[in-house]
Design a protein. Structure first.
Length: 264
């Protein structure tokens, strides 16, 4: 039989994906990540991790856009920020999203870790993922510290002075750490250049690597059921499926276990 035109068009459209899948297996991995089975008793609390990841991606995109116009020198840093905010089309929006998005990112990280702690999702076999999450929190806070100095106004300058002095009071390594952050005896051009390189290169790279490891462990170990679920309490065998939706790969109505009347 002659092949239908629609089948030919479909095959041509899917050829790049088939080519990539045959040589890398990437398409199958993404499909497994998006449509893997999850407990049917998950709730909106489990979306805090995805919300945190979304906030990080927003910071990543807006940070790249701001870096195209920002000038990391004491004489031009503040004026370049003012230029972005007032002169560029949409600059105020991009800077506002990056500025306030940093706070949203930190808040969502704390909420996500609080949910993991209260749900007991840090216990065996997910201890390593909890450690990675703690490192992500510390790295995210350091990313916020390095970015606070970049506008180089009075608020940013003195807030950074306070933060570096606090780090300098740590036992043994405190003075050395403060000297490394300042890039010398006091805050100046070297400090701004060092904070800019940390904020744009080193810390984002560490965050991306830790997030990748975090996601891999989530896929490998699965999602934890809420503590109030029957499965978490040990009242439901592992091979028994809940009466509602069993996961993303087998969607169904929430009231699937309710019997219908004979007349229906």
């Amino acid at each position: 039989m002659p092949r239908k035109r629609s089948d030919t068009v479909k095959q041509a459209a899917l050829y790049p994906l088939d080519w990539l899948e045959e040589r890398s297996g990437l398409i199958g991995g993404v499909k497994y990540f998006l449509f893997r089975k999850v407990p049917g008793d998950t709730s909106w609390w489990h979306t805090l991790g995805s919300a945190t990841l979304t906030a990080f991606l927003v910071q990543l995109v807006t940070g790249v856009i701001l870096a195209m116009y920002y000038k990391p020198s004491p004489a031009e840093a503040h004026s370049s920020v003012e230029h972005i905010t007032h002169d560029l089309w949409g600059g105020w929006l991009v800077r506002g999203m990056h500025r306030w998005g940093a706070s949203v990112f930190i808040i969502l990280m704390f909420l996500h870790m609080g949910r993991v702690f209260l749900f007991g999702a840090y216990k065996y076999p997910r201890e390593l993922n909890w450690i990675v999450g703690v490192l992500l929190l510390a790295t995210g806070l350091f990313e916020g510290l390095t970015g606070y100095l970049l506008p180089f106004d009075q608020t940013a300058y003195w807030a950074t002075v306070v933060a570096i002095n606090i780090n300098g009071t740590a036992p043994f390594v405190g003075p050395f750490l403060a000297s490394v952050l300042r890039g010398g005896a006091e805050i100046g051009p070297d400090t701004l250049a060092r904070f800019y390189s940390l904020h744009m290169l080193l810390v984002p790279g560490a965050l991306i690597g830790l997030i990748g490891l975090h996601l891999y462990l989530i896929v490998r170990l699965g999602v934890t059921s809420p503590p109030w679920s029957k499965k978490a309490a040990g009242e439901m065998p592992d091979d028994e499926q809940p009466s509602g939706r069993s996961g993303l790969v087998q969607p169904g109505p929430r009231a699937a276990g309710v019997r219908r009347r004979p007349s229906e």
